[in-house]
Write a protein that binds this ligand. Structure first.
Ligand code: FES
Length: 79
C-alpha cells in the first residue's frame, strides 16, 4: 500500500462528542485535517469512519503513520 501524505508532524487535539460519527482522513491530502474532505478520491485510501462511545478530548494523528488510527501513537517522532 502507498504511504499516506504526512499532513502534520504533531497530533491535533479535538473535542469528540458521544454518539457522533467521524471520518478521519487516512490519505493526508484533506485540507480539512484531521477530517476527510473527499480528496482521497481516485486513490487507494478511504477514510476511517469511527464513532465515539463517550465525549472526550483526543489527540488525533496528523502524520497518518499511527498504528492506532485515528489516534496519535507517537509515530510522528520517527519521521
Ligand atoms: S481526504 Fe483523506 S481519506 Fe478522504
Amino acid at each position: 500500500m502507498k504511504k499516506a501524505k504526512v499532513a502534520g508532524t504533531t497530533p491535533q487535539i479535538e473535542q469528540l462528542e458521544e454518539g457522533k460519527t467521524y471520518a478521519w482522513c487516512t490519505c493526508g491530502k484533506s485540507e480539512n485535517q484531521p477530517w476527510c474532505n473527499g480528496a482521497h478520491k481516485g486513490s487507494e485510501f478511504t477514510p476511517k469512519i469511527f464513532k465515539e462511545e463517550e465525549s472526550k478530548t483526543a489527540a488525533l494523528c496528523m502524520c497518518k503513520q499511527t498504528k492506532n488510527p485515528p489516534y496519535c501513537d507517537g509515530s510522528h517522532a520517527n519521521l
